[in-house]
Design a protein around this ligand. Structure first.
Ligand SMILES: Nc1ncnc2c1ncn2[C@@H]1O[C@H](COP(=O)(O)OP(=O)(O)OP(=O)(O)O)[C@@H](O)[C@H]1O
Ligand SMILES: [Mg+2]
Length: 250
């Protein structure tokens, strides 16, 4: 069964950067990986250095509008399945799936139900899923993943950021998705806030699994519009993500 890891957190904390570096690290091994961009504001492909033209959103629109126009004997599940396989981008060391924009007006329950069934099976073709999720978790349960093994909450170095992580933990209890573990990664950590982050996390009972430092190499890559996937092994962020994947037993 695939291990499903979702990366969430407040806007701009570094969810996409963390997801890209987790994928970068895992791509060094032999695991079969599916990277999922579940943020409607699609950023992960660029961070990985991939070009993606079609998304799950496009397929949903197609199925939604064509539902009644398809010949009556059409197996809609197999149509949807073949469309889904068409949009999975196959990279040398991982596959990439982009959710795209949210659905338009109308009830998409029918399409979503079909999709959930197909995703359940698709997921089992992989060892690990890394999902770059959106900031809030509200939509997560309504989307296509029924379970998450590890929910990673990325926070910045502020006390408020850690409070958000605490709230997310509370939110998880109300979600329909099963979440087995919740971890926190503090990102953009400096020497000034390192200790206070660690002690605040402890005080709030959060399992801090890593502290990714502010990384000049990462900032330069980002400014140059180059994929973070291409960061060198001696980047401070890359090295910390390597430690984090080891802690996660990946
Ligand atoms: N460790 C780091 N050191 C320096 N800059 C970083 C670090 N991590 C992320 N950044 C920068 O912070 C900004 C936000 O990062 P990122 O896009 O990954 O956040 P996000 O949480 O995915 O944002 P959004 O909520 O918009 O999806 C980017 O410009 C990124 O380059
Ligand atoms: Mg993002």
């Amino acid at each position: 069964m695939a291990r499903i890891i979702a990366v969430t957190g407040k806007g701009g904390t570094g969810k996409t950067a963390t997801s890209a570096l987790l994928i970068r690290q895992l791509a060094k091994g032999n695991k079969v990986i599916l990277a999922v961009d579940a943020d409607p504001d699609t950023n992960l492909p660029e961070t990985l250095g991939c070009d993606v033209s079609k998304t799950i959103g496009d397929i949903k629109e197609f199925m939604h509008s064509e539902r009644d126009n398809l010949p009556p004997d059409t197996n809609k599940e197999s149509v949807l399945k073949s469309k889904l396989y068409e949009i999975i981008e196959e990279m040398p060391k991982y596959d990439l799936l982009v959710m795209g924009r949210p659905e338009g007006a109308g009830c998409y329950c029918y399409v979503n139900n079909l999709l959930r069934g197909i995703m359940d099976k698709l997921v089992d073709n992989y060892d690990v899923l890394i999902i770059d999720a959106e900031a809030g978790l509200e939509h997560f349960s309504r989307r296509i993943f029924r379970r998450v093994d590890d929910l990673i909450v990325v926070t910045d170095g502020s006390r408020r950021g850690l409070r958000t992580a605490e709230r997310i933990r509370e939110l998880v209890d109300e979600m329909e998705t099963d979440v087995s573990n919740i971890y926190v990664i503090a990102n953009k950590v400096t020497e000034t806030n390192r200790e206070i982050i660690a002690s605040t996390a402890k005080e709030l009972g959060l399992e801090l699994i890593g502290m990714i430092p502010v990384d000049e190499m990462l900032i330069r890559k980002d400014l140059a519009g180059e994929p973070l996937f291409d960061l060198p092994d001696d980047s401070a962020a890359v090295m910390e993500v390597e430690r984090i994947t080891a802690k996660l037993g990946l």
